[in-house]
Design a protein around this ligand. Structure first.
Ligand code: TYD
Length: 417
């Protein structure tokens, strides 16, 4: 029996993808031995959390050669600058505020806070990206966040006015320990906010490639509401984000009962639910994300996308055209391996991350080449593996499309554009 990682109840499998390599496991030598694990997605009918049935040890994923660098997309660079501005705005009237970011990556957000000389700390377990953050002037602690780390931070630097994170909470299996840590680290009138890929968007678009080893959880407002309550916290707001193919930002505070008397009146009261929060919780309920019924169609839709995509790629290839993958994303590992799309269909994948170039994609071993190569080759077709950056990429590739280049996209259905 599979047990929920949060509440211990029995979970139900939504889809089993079978054997998968690590999503960021780009390899230098295609003949070297690769690590594989079984990838399947499950739903807990008690706390509504969608989660991986079986996880991979964090040390296997987040290490000194971790390949995910946040600052490779201009839209993400501006997105994180906006988060920094929101933080600065929230802290306008605070004396010597303290901000902690979990999973600060290369300092894409915190560098703006550091630049303003605001007291901060980034937690980043992957040492190579932590080094990049340090170079950006950010104070970094290279550890996995948990209760003990929270206690150590409080002892050295005090409690935090804001704790935030983006695309990190869904990576942490022992999320209960993270929330216990947050309870220790967060000031009574402090706020926690974080954003992660949103299960509502995943189900709506059938964007199954969001499911991979690093994403242990697929949050909804309904599941976060339960998780927060478990830890004496409350979900107070939700803001939908376009990034990563549809993300949700959750705002969480301590509940009134735990607030000191002096704070209870205004800031700390068990507040009325914000309109946005109510709206999203209702939308989730309409989609039945609190019942297994909401997830029953997912598998069939995913299988149809894979079948249609393979048929299209094979037809194009038979006509003698070249197809290149655009963006060696982590997500594409699930797509390429589940749909079994290999070098017979895709010549190479173009990517602008220097450390990925010259390597091979996990499992399917498609070579990763530079963006320069893509520009030089101008292949007839580009499979948009970085579909979450479609707006930015289409803006950049106007010329390619004008000259006859065609993109292939696949969520919510397969098409050429
Ligand atoms: P990302 O959006 O972070 O997706 P994932 O979380 O699935 O890895 O990754 C985007 C990848 O695409 C990254 O390797 C950089 C690459 N990329 C390009 O090569 N060109 C571009 O114009 C953009 C926006 C991204």
């Amino acid at each position: 029996m599979n047990k929920c990682k949060i509440c211990g109840q029995a979970t139900t499998i939504i889809i089993n993808f079978g054997k998968m390599p690590l999503a960021n496991g780009f390899i230098s030598n295609p003949n070297s031995k690769e690590f594989f694990y079984n990838l399947s997605l499950a739903f807990c009918p008690m706390c509504f959390m969608v989660q991986l049935k079986k996880t991979v040890k964090p040390e296997k994923m987040f290490h000194k050669e971790y390949q995910f660098i946040s600052s490779t997309s201009q839209i993400m660079v501006s997105h994180f600058k906006e988060i920094a501005e929101e933080i600065i705005n929230r802290l306008k009237n605070k004396k010597n505020p303290f901000i902690v970011e979990l999973g600060c990556n290369d300092g894409i957000m915190l560098k703006h806070i550091a630049f303003r000389k605001i007291n901060h700390l980034g937690i980043e377990p992957s040492q190579n990206v932590a080094q990049l953050a340090k170079r950006n002037g950010v104070q970094v602690l290279s550890k996995f966040f948990n209760e003990q780390v929270a206690k150590d931070i409080v002892e050295k630097k005090g409690t935090a006015d804001i704790i935030c994170g983006a695309n990190v909470f869904c990576h942490i299996e022992d999320i209960n320990s993270v929330f216990r840590g947050i309870n220790i680290l967060l000031k009574q009138d402090g706020i926690l906010f974080f954003e992660e890929p949103y299960i509502y968007d995943i189900i709506k678009k059938s964007s199954f490639d969001q499911v991979y080893d690093e994403h242990v959880y697929y949050f909804s407002g309904l599941s976060i509401n339960n998780l927060a309550r478990r830890h004496g916290l409350q979900l107070v707001d939700m803001k939908h984000q376009e990034v990563h193919g549809g993300s949700m930002r959750y705002y969480i505070q301590k509940i009134a009962g735990t607030c000191p008397q002096s704070l209870r009146s205004k800031r700390c009261r068990r507040g009325k639910q914000k309109i946005e929060l109510k709206k999203w919780l209702n939308k989730e309920k309409q989609m039945k994300l609190d019942k297994i019924e909401g997830y029953l169609d997912f598998k069939n839709k995913v299988n149809k996308i894979c079948k249609d995509l393979k048929t299209l790629l094979s037809t194009i290839k038979q006509k003698g055209y070249r197809i290149v993958g655009y963006g060696a994303t982590s997500k594409s590992t699930t797509l390429l391996n589940y749909a079994k799309i290999g070098r017979d269909l895709i010549d190479y994948i173009s990517d602008n991350t220097p450390t990925k170039i010259g390597k091979f994609s996990p499992g399917m071993h498609i070579p990763i080449k530079s963006y320069k190569q893509f520009i030089k080759d101008q292949p007839a077709y580009a499979l948009l593996l970085a579909w979450n950056h479609k707006k930015e990429i289409f803006a950049k590739e106007g010329n390619y499309r004008k000259k006859g280049g065609t993109f292939i996209t696949y969520f919510p259905k397969v098409k050429t554009e």
